[in-house]
Design a binder for this molecule. Structure first.
Ligand code: NAD
Length: 331
């Protein structure tokens, strides 16, 4: 029986990768290695863990022994564990280096020692830095600008060293921003949805003109497994979408869904110490292999809002539920 290890599988993107892996690999043993930080939630994976479909190993990827225990006999490791919130990286950047850089190093060293035949590493479009015109290809120079993106780029550099020195069987994925259920409401889409559900105003960094692309987690998870299967060792693949919104357009889209006027609800708040104006990647390489994104945020927004409405009790400590209309519907 094949064993597939997914680090960070109790988090947002990781849990959707777990769902897709369970669906596509019904005969494999799935092991989730997760430290269960504030971003990890057992409810994201409970449907698989309680049915014994997946096993949760609580541990830190920066601990080599933990990693070695987790990846022993694995035929595939998908590495999605990370400190992922850019805002936090300005105040707590050493934690980002510890998890994202040292953690990735410990994990690949464990994979090398245990002779794991493939590691798929999840990176981000943010490693390219700001792209104002055109789109970055996989060959472009990495110019990260924040402690988060620098730590993700540094992790990639460690992996490149392993590819060259040890012929380590690594495939790197750089993805656009993601949207979907289970995303911790520190990121813009769930945060705005939760603010509107609890009758609060929408804080927007700077002038709201920063742009981001948004890819659905279901497209993303399918692309990750597609690349795990078809991607060449040592190669990097961008996963992208054409769905691009400024932060203000995002606020408008979500306000429209709630039947609200955006200008009545936004507060412009001081910007991050650095905030890339735009990211843009080309995913022609993946397209030429037959992958295309299928979903659009506009079409998925209703389901997303319903999910947060039904799961607001998870975020009770962050939002005051007393102001929430229809709180009876909160599970
Ligand atoms: N969310 C996005 O928009 C997006 C876009 C592109 C790439 N990515 C990348 O995808 C991956 C997953 O992102 P996400 O948004 O799901 O993050 P997340 O913050 O929702 O989840 C991260 C998970 O990693 C776990 N974790 C954190 N530190 C750990 C450690 N030291 N050891 C073991 N587990 C640890 C957390 O408990 C959590 O379950 C990250 O590598 C991120 O850089 C995310």
């Amino acid at each position: 029986m094949h064993k597939i290890v997914i680090t960070g599988g109790a988090g947002f993107a990781g849990s959707h990768i777990v769902d897709e892996t369970c669906r596509q690999h019904p005969n494999s043993r799935i092991v989730i290695l997760d430290k269960m930080t504030y971003a990890g939630d057992v409810r994201n994976i409970s449907h698989h863990v309680f049915s014994n479909r997946a096993q949760l190993l609580v541990g830190d990827i920066s601990d080599l022994e933990t990693c070695q225990r987790a990846v022993k006999d694995a035929s595939l490791v998908i590495h999605a564990a990370a400190e992922s919130h850019v805002d936090n990286s300005f105040s707590n950047s050493l934690e980002f280096t510890r998890t994202n850089v040292l953690g990735t190093h410990a994990l690949i060293e464990a994979c090398r020692r245990e002779r794991v035949p493939k590691l798929v590493h999840i990176s981000t479009d943010e490693v390219y830095g700001e792209v104002m015109a055109g789109s970055a290809t996989e060959e472009d120079v990495l110019r990260p600008t924040t402690p988060y993106s620098s730590s993700k780029a540094a992790a990639e550099m460690i992996l490149r060293g392993y590819i060259q020195s040890y012929h380590a069987p690594i495939v790197i994925i750089r993805a656009n921003n993601l949207y979907g259920t289970r995303q911790f409401p520190e990121k813009i889409i769930p945060r705005f949805i939760c603010h509107l559900l609890t009758g609060q105003r929408l804080p927007i960094h700077g002038n709201g003109h920063n742009r981001r692309h948004y890819l659905s987690t279901s497209d993303f998870a399918q692309a990750v497994l597609f690349i795990a299967d078809k991607g060449d060792i040592g190669e990097t693949y961008n996963i992208g979408t054409t769905e691009e919104y400024t932060n203000l357009e995002m606020a408008q889209l979500i306000c429209e869904h709630f039947g609200k006027e955006v200008n009545d609800l936004v507060d412009f708040v001081p910007d991050r110490p650095f905030n890339d104006a735009r990211y843009s990647i080309s995913w022609d390489k993946l397209k030429s292999m037959g992958w295309q994104p299928k979903n659009r945020l506009r079409d998925d927004l209703g389901l997303l809002v319903d999910w947060y409405r039904n799961n607001m009790s998870r975020y009770e400590e962050l939002f005051d539920l007393r102001d929430m209309p229809n709180t009876a519907a909160v599970s």
